[in-house]
Write a protein that binds this ligand. Structure first.
Ligand code: NAP
Length: 338
């Protein structure tokens, strides 16, 4: 047995975090004898070096993620690690030993399967943990800003929850594409967002948020909306009529509603929905162009290696609880070997 496999009970099992109910992260429990998965068609089996924590993980623990797994299930769906086996039907597979970052069920474990079609090689010189976020946070931010958001230099972009995993990527990218960035975050996270280059940083919970954004900008061209219930009305109110776009890709505070009456009489703006997994499946050429652009951004140093806070696997429930409560900043990850 290798020293770094000290927690694995035998060759066929894997330490894993299993969600046993839909009562939230508190019912996520560590198991040491989960069967090691076998890669199915179109999948790689990877030895997970680091697993990414995402807000969707929280939603899955509560059963509110559309099409999410039903308990019991091994939690997590973003992982980076070394290919150890290749399932049938993978065209032009990367060789075993290659480190990739990708998505697949059961990522909070020592071994997990990821979709080969969506897996990207970890950039040269980057660790597994540093590559987390590439296919979720960064691809989502890029899709929201460019093909959907149609960002142009000189435009004003509002990024809600800007200190988060997607939010930080969005601030960096929006600045790179020449936009003025207005960002919202909890006050304790403002320095982090300013350091990324945001021009204005506001408390997303201040009661006069819409009035203040309108005062500062005269109306924004593009909003990245992922908070939902508590911010959606503000996002609509500050968007320029007709030319302004609101890209909706999450609802961390709960769902918001929008009526035809709203769109016709109150907020005649362009509202667009985004789910990066659905985009990859429904419009693969567009997804490939996003991935190619991410490669250019990495090569140009616009997208630097990630700096996630890496926790031991057993701390997963506490990390998810912090994410759910809005207490985290930036990207968090789990090390299944610690
Ligand atoms: N559609 C897609 O394909 C896709 C892909 C990735 C992520 N997402 C979505 O994008 C959003 C960001 O994901 P992430 O993983 O990067 O999470 P995150 O932004 O790191 O965490 C969520 C943040 O939302 C803010 N927030 C505001 N009100 C909140 C509330 N009532 N409860 C909890 N948080 C609240 C908090 O920041 P403050 O304390 O600063 O307000 C919190 O830190 C999520 O909604 C997620 O579901 C969607």
């Amino acid at each position: 047995m290798k020293t770094d496999e000290r927690h694995s009970t035998d060759e066929r099992t894997s330490r894993a975090l299993v969600q046993r109910s839909h009562l939230g992260p508190r019912d996520l429990t560590l198991t040491t004898d989960h069967p090691r998965p076998v890669p199915g068609p179109g999948e790689y089996l990877i030895r997970v070096g680091a697993a990414g924590v995402n807000f969707a993980d929280v939603m899955q623990t509560r059963g509110t993620y559309g099409g999410g797994p039903r308990a019991p299930y091994v939690a997590g769906f973003e992982a980076a690690g070394e290919i150890v086996d290749v399932g049938p039907g993978v065209t032009e597979p990367l060789p075993p030993g290659t480190h990739v970052v990708g998505t697949g069920p059961g990522a909070f474990a020592q071994y997990a399967t990821v979709s080969a079609a969506g897996a990207l090689p970890v950039p040269d010189g980057w660790s597994d943990a540093e590559a987390l976020g590439m296919v979720l946070n960064w691809a989502t931010a890029l899709a929201a800003l460019k093909p959907l958001g149609g960002i142009e230099p000189g435009e004003t972009v509002l990024v809600q929850a800007a200190a988060g995993g997607v939010g930080q990527a969005a601030v960096r990218l929006a600045r790179h594409y020449g936009a003025r960035v207005v960002a919202t975050a909890s006050p304790a996270k403002h320095d982090t967002v300013r350091a990324l280059g945001a021009d204005e940083v506001l408390d997303g919970r201040r009661p006069d948020l819409a009035a203040e954004i309108t005062r500062l900008t005269g109306g924004v061209d593009l909003v990245l909306e992922s908070v939902g219930r508590t911010t959606f009305a503000t996002s609509l109110a500050v968007t320029k009529p007709f030319t302004g776009r609101v890209v909706v890709f999450g609802a961390a505070s709960g769902d918001a509603t929008l009526t035809t009456h709203d769109l016709v009489f109150a907020h005649p703006v362009q509202v667009k929905g985004l789910h990066i997994g659905t985009l990859a499946t429904a419009v693969p050429a567009l997804y490939r162009s996003l991935i190619a652009e991410l490669g250019t951004l990495v090569a140009d140093g616009v997208y630097p290696p990630g700096t996630p806070v890496v926790h031991p696997l057993a701390d997963g429930p506490a990390v998810l609880e912090s994410l759910e409560a809005g207490r985290t900043s930036g990207k968090h990850a789990l090390d299944p070997w610690r």
